[in-house]
Write a protein that binds this ligand. Structure first.
Ligand code: ATP
Ligand code: MG
Length: 589
């Protein structure tokens, strides 16, 4: 594993730092001043001792002592400033990268998200970036600073005595090599540790998300068993990484100790020959000890450096992932009417290469402003048809058009603006009611309009009962009932003013009284818009224009609702007859 970042990682790291050139330069300059002061301290100490031995007056000694104290204080203050500066730097750089990664992840298609658990994504967007942030806080500033300190220290040692300088160089090279070699070997282990953690947290997050189902189904023991397995793998990976990483410390410490002893011996020898003063010997010894600190700091940061390289590699991997669903270029023109036609032309689709077709050879036309009801068994492909309109997946064969334009040619933004979907799964955020409706201000809507829409979907009384009204905080999905959440989703669709509305079992969680309550609101939402309504309860489809019956991904019956209802032999008529007996559509088709 290379120590030096190459290719995409290096490009990413440089690109991250480029906008912060000046800040980095400023922090480095302060650091160099601080280090110079620290460098002067052993020399001052040596001078103090030599002057004391030579019997210099107390005044002179006090001056040297004061200079020593001043150097120490100012160096500490500057070090603090460097710390503050590098933290600022790293947060700015890190947040910028987090934003880029999050944008990229949001842009990637559903199939990609299917392959990556939420925990993996969190680790990628937060964990890996955290490693980079630590890198910028410590590594960039401290490693560079310590390198400068070391070179300067060796220079001063050479000035005191060339032999001593040479000895320190040898000690530095030996110690440094030991540290670097051993730590480089730890990179793959670090990477494996991160991956094991990603799996552990990804799994944990999924299990916690499904806590109720797990408990209800008695699958707790299985979940704990998996957690146990994942934790054990994570622990083994962490142990291996630590062993390889930290083992290098002891070896290096021994190397440095040997260097210090050799310096002291050389100093003693030179002093005996009168070539060096006691102060100089002491200063040299201090330098030999100080040499260890920056090298160890560099090696310590190397661990962060390795994590950062691994993080940068994965981050650039994510940034370089090309969406399998590339964005189109065309906009939708809605100037003529509020609605747009939708067509399926010979559409077939499979979720994966080897998966069976979820939709096969579907030809459907939904003229502008008309409503199509889709019925069919569970797993027959109803939801999939809606997903293809919204281009969450691309059709394997054939094409889907909205407003006469192939959805693949449309800008995703235009498509999302014009097609609204309401499903059973309503995502509510831990935020105010207003933010939940306007999606944190993504759409600019005044409060009067929000209240009006809430009243139209039948949430007027509910809103009145909320302390704080639109400012009421929703505790995610937990503080509202399933039915209320569904009505809020209707309200969101209303606010988007879409040309095409897809309702996928949208009213199935509502009790009959509530469902009746919103029927009129639903009609108001659908009026003048094109709609695809998937429903198991046929009463929901009383007023649609067309019906399509799907089975095994194929449309097995399609026609105007009235015609199909009147034709006693049609599947739909059969469904209507049995639905009077309280059966659901998919039990009969
Ligand atoms: P229901 O009435 O239960 O909602 P549906 O008619 O909406 O069913 P779809 O969700 O469209 O059915 O599923 C059609 C087929 O595609 C099913 O066999 C299902 O297992 C499969 N399928 C659905 N979603 C995915 C997915 N994300 N990845 C792989 N296969 C999927
Ligand atoms: Mg479905």
């Amino acid at each position: 594993m290379p120590l030096r970042p190459r290719g995409p990682e290096a490009r990413l790291l440089l690109a991250m730092l480029r906008p912060e050139r000046r800040w980095t330069a400023a922090v480095l300059s302060i650091l160099i001043v601080a280090l110079t002061l620290r460098l002067s301290m052993p020399a001052l100490l040596g001078r103090f001792i030599d002057e004391a031995i030579a019997g210099e007056p107390v005044d002179a000694l006090v001056r040297v002592a004061l200079a020593y104290v001043a150097a120490a204080l100012v160096a500490e203050a500057l070090q603090l400033a460097v710390m503050w500066g590098s933290v600022q730097l790293s947060w700015r750089v890190g947040n910028r990268l987090r934003e880029r990664l999050a944008r990229k992840a949001i842009r990637l298609e559903m199939a990609w998200h299917g392959r990556h658990s939420p925990g993996q994504l969190i680790e990628r967007i937060d964990g890996d970036v955290e490693a980079l942030v630590v890198f910028f806080t410590n590594v960039v500033v401290h490693v560079l600073g310590n390198l400068v300190l070391m070179v300067a220290m060796l220079g001063v040692a050479f000035l005191i005595d060339p032999w001593a300088g040479l000895l320190l160089v040898v000690a530095a090279i030996a110690g440094g090599t030991v540290l670097v070699k051993l730590r480089t070997a730890a990179v793959p282990a670090r990477e494996a540790e991160r991956e094991a953690n990603a799996i552990l947290y990804g799994d944990l997050e999924e299990r916690l998300g499904g806590l109720e189902d797990l408990r209800a189904n008695g699958a707790g023991a299985y979940a704990v068993h998996r957690l146990h397995g994942n934790s054990s793998r994570s622990w083994h990976a962490a142990r291996k990484a630590s062993f390889l990483g930290d083992g290098s410390y002891s070896v290096a410490a021994a190397t440095f100790a040997t260097g210090s002893v050799a310096t002291l011996a050389l100093g003693f020898f030179l002093h005996r020959r009168g070539a060096m003063t006691v102060g100089q010997v002491l200063a040299l010894f201090r330098y030999s000890e100080m040499l260890r600190q920056p090298l160890e700091a560099i090696a310590e940061q190397l661990k962060e450096f390795q994590k950062a390289i691994a993080g940068a590699r994965r981050a650039s991997g994510l940034l370089d992932t090309e969406p399998a669903i590339p964005d189109g270029t065309l906009d939708l023109d809605r100037s003529e009417s509020a609605a747009l036609p939708v067509r399926f032309e010979g559409v077939s689709f499979a979720y994966h290469q080897d998966a069976p077709l979820a939709v096969r050879g579907v030809d459907l036309e939904i003229p502008s402003g008309t409503h199509l009801g889709i019925v069919g068994r569970t797993g027959s492909g109803k939801t999939t048809l809606g997903r293809l309109v919204l281009r969450l997946w691309d059709a394997t064969e054939g094409r889907v058009t909205v407003g006469g334009v192939d959805v693949r040619d449309l800008k995703q933004q235009a498509l999302r603006r014009n097609v609204a979907v309401v499903t059973q799964d309503v995502e509510l955020f831990r935020a105010s009611l207003r933010d939940n409706l306007t999606l944190f201000g993504a759409c600019d809507i005044d409060d009067a309009h929000l209240v009006d829409v809430l009243e139209r979907v039948g949430l007027g009384d509910w809103l009145a009962a909320q302390p704080g009204g639109l400012d009421a905080e929703l505790e995610g999905g937990t503080s509202v009932s399933a039915g209320e959440a569904q009505l809020l989703a209707f309200a969101r669709a209303f606010l988007a003013d879409p040309a095409v509305v897809i309702l996928d079992e949208a009213s199935s969680r509502l009790d009959p009284a509530t469902e009746a309550h919103i029927t009129s609101a639903m009609h108001a939402l659908l009026a003048g818009r094109t709609a695809i309504i998937v429903a198991h309860r046929l009463a929901t489809l009383d007023e649609v224009d067309f019906i399509a019956v799907v089975d095994g991904g194929e449309v097995v019956e399609h026609g105007p609702r009235d015609v199909l209802a009147a034709d006693a032999d049609s599947r739909f008529a059969r469904l209507l007859r049995v639905s009077g007996q309280g059966l659901l559509a998919d039990e009969v088709v």
